[in-house]
Ligand binder design. Structure first.
Ligand code: ZN
Ligand code: ZN
Ligand code: ZN
Length: 280
């Protein structure tokens, strides 16, 4: 599987709108990998993970949206689900070569939000361009030949947050952003359903901030990521062959990519940037 980061920032992006902090100032001055757009990834450019407000920007950068028919949503925050732009797939806005709908898999909050936005645009008119499927944590489903298992995340509950295990051809990826230290139910699931993880993408929103707080809620920093990785390793889910990366950075994490990359190197963590591809 080929996992590609199109966007690696948290809600504000780096640099953030309006922001005059030191991280944002230096990101504007230096550009390159220090510019991070809102979170979005793909698996083999077939499974789209999240639909952020920067999806249009990512399409300009090579995201082959018209060829993608499956989108899995982590939770209902606008840096992961921005359904107003999903409407651009409706008849009259997009001229598509195939008639395959985009299937959007989302837990209850994301599903309701997407349905509400669609209904506001087209009322009760029938459309066949977007269909929404409700998912439940710990209930696996199949899409595009991948087995996908949503797991509960430690994040704002009102957004019904999940992280994802994605399996194909004997390989397994854990996509884990917008979560703090995993909730007990998710540890229990992983303990009862052991897998070998070939790649893990961890939330590292707060990066260098919050000192050594290693069991954070909502998001993680480097210390929490190291703690979660150790527990996964102790459980036998990861080993020396597992690639571990960190992503979903905020300017409140106190570093531009250049500084975060050095911190990641010390902890043997790949620091993601927009455009990075990981092959497992
Ligand atoms: Zn986020
Ligand atoms: Zn800033
Ligand atoms: Zn969030």
């Amino acid at each position: 599987m080929r996992y590609k980061y199109y966007g690696t920032a948290a809600y504000e992006g780096i640099p953030a709108l309006w922001c005059e902090c030191d991280v944002c100032r230096r990101a504007r001055e230096t550009g390159g990998k220090n510019i991070m757009s809102r979170s979005q990834q793909t698996i083999d450019d077939k499974i789209l993970i999240d639909f952020s407000a920067d999806t249009y920007m990512h399409s300009l950068g090579g995201l082959p949206l018209a060829k993608i028919h499956t989108c899995i949503i982590t939770h209902d925050h606008s840096d992961h689900l921005y359904p107003s732009d999903m409407l651009a797939r409706l008849d009259g806005y997009a001229h598509l070569q195939d008639k395959i709908p985009l299937t959007v898999y989302a837990a209850s909050a994301g599903m309701k939000h997407t349905e509400t936005v669609l209904k506001k645009e087209i009322g009760d008119m029938e459309q066949d361009r977007i269909r929404i499927r409700k998912i439940e944590a710990y209930h696996s489903f199949e899409a595009e030949g991948y087995e996908i298992i949503p797991l509960k995340a430690n994040h704002s509950l009102i957004t019904t947050p999940v992280i994802y295990l994605i399996k194909k051809d004997g390989k397994c990826i854990l996509h884990a952003n917008d979560t703090g230290y995993f909730p007990a139910e998710t540890w229990e699931y992983l303990n009862n359903n052991p897998v070998h993880l070939d790649f893990v993408s961890f939330d590292c929103t707060i990066a260098a901030n919050c000192g050594d707080n290693n069991k954070m809620d909502g998001h993680m920093n480097f210390a929490t990521v190291v703690n979660v990785r150790k527990r996964l390793c102790d459980m036998g889910l990861t080993d020396a062959s597992t690639i571990c990366a960190v992503s979903h950075f905020s300017h409140n994490g106190l570093g531009c990519y250049d500084e975060l990359a050095k911190m990641g190197e010390r902890e043997n963590l790949v620091v993601a940037y927009d455009g990075l591809e990981i092959e497992v």
